[in-house]
Ligand binder design. Structure first.
Ligand code: ZN
Length: 302
């Protein structure tokens, strides 16, 4: 197949993959994701393309001129979402041996909405040729910009990442109430975010069995029930439940927004997924794991 020329925008530090896809789309005068993928496929000279033979994230790394593994390490949230692996060898995030996983999970979201910082957007507009969505701002539980110390804004508009974040300044508002300031001064929240940042930056996943053992040992030593089997039919005291510790440790507004399972929790009630070891069902269990680790360990390093 004849190679097609296309405009290849510069990818910016920490730009999330979908934001770059949007830049490729807009700069090439296209209107949607499908036509942008079609252009990248043609430009790469791939015949009989399927998402499994050349995952979209791999096409993007080719357009950006950044090899796959560094592209995934710097521009994808896969490192966070696949931080813990139960049934795969811990091969690096972005390794092309893992195309099946890259095609299905390569570019999924970490949050229900798209988050941005107005000050970052304004700085982009004066220093760069476009504003962009940052991967860092999509970490669950983060509601302020670590650089500018202002509240993040968010939009649940469809395909928001494909547009420029500057398009959403007028239609979004800052978070209501003072719960963001309260979360920002909470040490447990900061510990949770430090763990999430370490996971998103990790180059390979951790084996679920090792994480599970480390947390179980820590939980048991501190007097908490850590195995679901020990909870079934047992008379469990509130003080033996990790969910109770989490409930009393984190600011309520932050906790119930981020983990809705805590909205209706009553004293002594077991929270599925936290009070038994079902945290590590595989991909996308990272946030729960980080939450549990942040109450059992004094720091992200530990
Ligand atoms: Zn900012």
């Amino acid at each position: 197949m004849k190679e097609l020329s296309m405009i290849r925008p510069k990818i910016y530090p920490g730009e999330i993959d979908m934001s770059y896809l949007g830049a490729v789309m807009r700069m090439n005068g296209l209107r949607n994701e499908e036509s942008t993928i079609a252009l990248m496929v043609q430009s790469a000279g791939v015949s009989k393309w399927t998402r499994r033979t050349a995952p979209v994230i791999e096409l993007l790394s080719e357009v950006a001129g950044v090899p796959m593994e560094p592209f995934v390490h710097q521009h994808s949230t896969l490192g966070f979402r696949r931080a813990i692996t139960a049934n795969q060898l811990p091969i690096p995030h972005g390794a092309v041996e893992n195309r099946v996983l890259l095609s299905s999970h390569g570019m999924r979201r970490t949050r229900n909405a798209a988050y941005f910082c107005v000050d970052c957007v304004i700085a982009d507009q004066s220093e760069l040729d476009r504003s962009y969505w940052r991967r860092e701002h999509q970490i669950p539980g983060l509601y302020w910009c670590p650089k500018h110390r202002v509240d993040l804004r968010c939009t649940d508009s469809d395909h928001a990442f494909l547009k420029s974040p500057s398009d959403f300044i007028d239609s979004t508002a800052t978070m209501e109430g003072d719960w963001v300031a309260e979360s920002r001064s909470s040490k447990p929240v900061m510990r949770f975010l430090d763990i999430c940042s370490a996971l998103i930056d990790a180059k390979s996943p951790f084996m679920a069995s090792r994480i599970s053992d480390a947390l179980a040992r820590r939980a048991t030593a501190a007097g908490y029930r850590s195995h679901f089997i020990n909870l079934l039919g047992a008379r469990v005291k509130e003080k033996e439940l990790l969910s109770s510790l989490i409930h009393s440790t984190f600011p309520q507004a932050w906790l119930t927004r981020e983990f809705p399972e805590f909205r209706k929790r009553r004293v002594g009630q077991i929270v599925g997924g936290i009070d038994g070891f079902s945290w590590f069902a595989g991909i996308d269990s990272s946030a729960i794991c980080a939450l549990v680790a942040s109450v059992l360990f004094p720091s992200a390093d530990a």
